[in-house]
Write a protein that binds this ligand. Sequence first.
Ligand code: HKS
Ligand code: ZN
Ligand code: ZN
Length: 355
Amino acid sequence: MHHDLANPASNRCPFRLRNHHVYREPLTGKLRLAPALAGASRRPRPVLEPHVKIRILGSAAGGGFPQWNCNCANCDGVRKGTIDAVPRTQSSIAISENSIDWVLVNASPDILAQIRANPVLQPARAIRDSGICAVLLMDAQIDHVTGLLMLRERASPLPLYATRQVLAELSQSLPLTRVLGHYCGIEAHALGIDGAALTIPPLVTTTFMPVPLASKAPPYSARRDDPHPGDNIGLAICSTASGRRLFYAPGLGQLTPPVEAAMRDADVLLVDGTCWSDDEMITLGLSHKSARMMGHLAQSGPGGMIEVLDRMPAARKILIHINNSNPILREDAPERAVLAAHGIEVAADGMELAL
Ligand code: HKS
Ligand code: ZN
Ligand code: ZN
């Protein structure tokens, strides 16, 4: 699938490199008439190919869909093929400007299947090679980091971008970086949460701005009950060529002012779709915890994600990190019709976005 922005918002990106000849109409990669000028005696204006591509490698929450140990109606139904739903791997996205070098955002336990399903990530240039040029981690959750172990055979140290807190977890409680030191090695880059944006080589027209989230360190962490800014981040990804932005937050429990601001600034929102209702997992007998207790804002109900998205100007609003228990996994569910009425989409593996 390839989706362009249907109705891009105005150019709000503070980075103005190379954008002097980029227009703000929908990006199609072809010459076209701007609607206001159609029929007028003006020459068509060139519209450039979108520079920044975002590939959704995985769209499910931890455990994937179906989840290995689950017999809920969704998991059972998708296994048997009796419901209108497609399987999904654990959430991860990849970002590229040239379709050759990709920054992986979160390394899911399903990374090998995701590489198999996305030929652009496969070796193309040398006897040993990968399209993955760097990995950025948004937290230290098992469903977001354990894929790092699968990248151990690479020939050079893996550039890894994460906050100091996340890097600390990965050298202490879950010491993946120490383990990987005996294989490819890690080239660690600490992400600041002071509102500064960074670039990740070899990408040059994409900036990444970490946004601190109010949430907790993972269950395994020694710091679980002592939360700090930097334990979890959202990510504002900006194409400096088009000025368009995406806000990515697969785990979002609370709307703090910086999150609200980043969401308002975004042309595309790719946010927490874990649960439809706050008590979903309790009602189904799957957990004793509500979505909120697990750091996830449910879609329905007062103050829920639908209400949040309703007040955002983004051209596209997409849910990701969808738990196996969520009724929106069924294409024909009434909950899906509710989302559609609010202009909200549901991510699927293989979906591609462009900025
Ligand atoms: C299931 C899981 C549910 C699930 C929960 C969370 C819990 C944890 C924490 C999550 C996720 C999937 N698939 N991470 O049993 O159905 O307490 O911090 O992030 O991906 S939240
Ligand atoms: Zn998760
Ligand atoms: Zn299930």
